[in-house]
Design a binder for this molecule. Sequence first.
Ligand code: GLY
Length: 568
Amino acid sequence: MRKVKFVFILVILFLSGKIIYAQPSNIDPYHYKIKKNIECKNGAVVSAHTLASEAGVQILKEGGNAIDAAIATQLALAVVYPGAGNIGGGGFLVAHLKSGKNISIDYREVAPAAASRDMYLDAIGNPVTNLSINGHLSAGVPGTVAGLFASMKYAKLPFKKLIQPAIDLAEKGFAITEAQAKSFNATHDDFIKLNTTIPVFVKDNLWKAGDTLVQKDLANTLKRIRDLGEKGFYEGETAKLIAEEMKKGKGIITEKDLKKYRAKLRTPVVFNYRGHIIITMPLPSSGGIILEQMMKMAEKYNVAAMKFETAQSVQLMTEIERRAYADRANFLGDADFVKVPVKTLVSDKYLKERMKDYEPGKAGSSTQTKAGNIKESEQTTHLSVIDNEGNAVSVTTTLNNSYGSKTVVSGAGFLLNDEMDDFSVKPGVPNLYGAVGNEKNAITPGKRMLSSMTPTIVLKNNQPYLVVGTPGGTTITTSVFQTLVDIIDFKMTTDDAVNKPKFHHQWLPDQVDVEKGFPEDVKKQLTKMGYTLKERSAIGRTEVIKKTAPQKIEAVADKRGDDDAAGY
Ligand code: GLY
């Protein structure tokens, strides 16, 4: 009788959601294989790490929708991909819901109340750049946890279920990849220099592929979030630990700043491009607006006839990028704080005028091409998700630099962002990505710093067709632009659109960055036209899901990193 009563109580607790039995994942966190290109029928997740992609797919298989999977994947990334996955940073989510509604959620970090316009300048007004990039003072008030809970409105499964894979991975550990081992070893000295307590990412000997990373403090923080919801991060023990850490390292985030933080539901940027509907992120990301500018400028030309990566198409797209990035530097900032002429910036009349001085075969100049005439780590990470209900989700989150500020909150086990560097530390002075800004993006308490993150969804015949995004600082938007043109205009395979070399122009500095492997003859022709070229290693890590018919999904993970495509 007692046994029956016990079972009865268990059933009631289970049905009321008090006990969540996570189904065992079929992925072994100590032995797993990275998958780059898969085809599947029901749903897919592409992210920066196999264990995170698999956590998302497991949630889809258990009846969750794409939002559930995106939440679980982000939480898993906060454990298995500490360079950019996070709960100490921020991000943006763009979704097309099965109801036909498009949404975007802004969980960008904000400047703390004690922040001020010139906080990173020395006595004679010169920027002390390291202050905005490394350590306690470089951190903005984190937004990710608030963003996850704002996303829950569209989810189906209880949060406790979505966070469990992350807790398990943090508590029991997982085997790190070779790239992760190298990255930890390369950051060893900074981790020691920028922390008040030596973090778990530091080891006496060198890290190597297959070593196990266990994060007990992070597991406890995740459990507080599981049990107390948003308050498990923004109030109580975790908030106290953050505020104490700040005091130890001359940072300025307070418990009051944390309690005040709110994620915001925004109206996405939506526009047409050659019969497709593009849905992307509005301000405080510059991404959506300048993507719309670039695609609308491109739409006026027969780009397809110019062919992929010829001197002709690269020159046109470079000049388009130059003009859009000049506008980014001059007009864009957090629209809750400054006036931004969004309508004009994307209007046909204005964009036509912008391309008036474009000369095929001759390099433009950023001294002559300024912003338009209007009166008035690089370490980010992207995940794309699609389900079998008609939902598509595109999420880009960031700590800014690799491992953000590189400062871990003692006792709480997570890294804080260095997003304050995305503000214009001093108008006209380049940030970490060489991008300049002006007063519109100056530091003000409570303001969100301008971002480049461009999580994007493309609809064809009103159905999700592409889910696209990438990390890469200011190269994010040019990479998304090129990926869309590659697929829509050049009809390239998804794999080629993701993996072929990319290029980037951001107005200032006036140079074309070309990725390793960029065709030599095109480089020669561009140099002859008058362009300054600079070769660089990887540009972005683009994650694309393409759905061409019901039950026909292709998911491609960028070969530039450990990125993984999973599906079922
Ligand atoms: N921290 C990179 C970005 O938000 O654009």
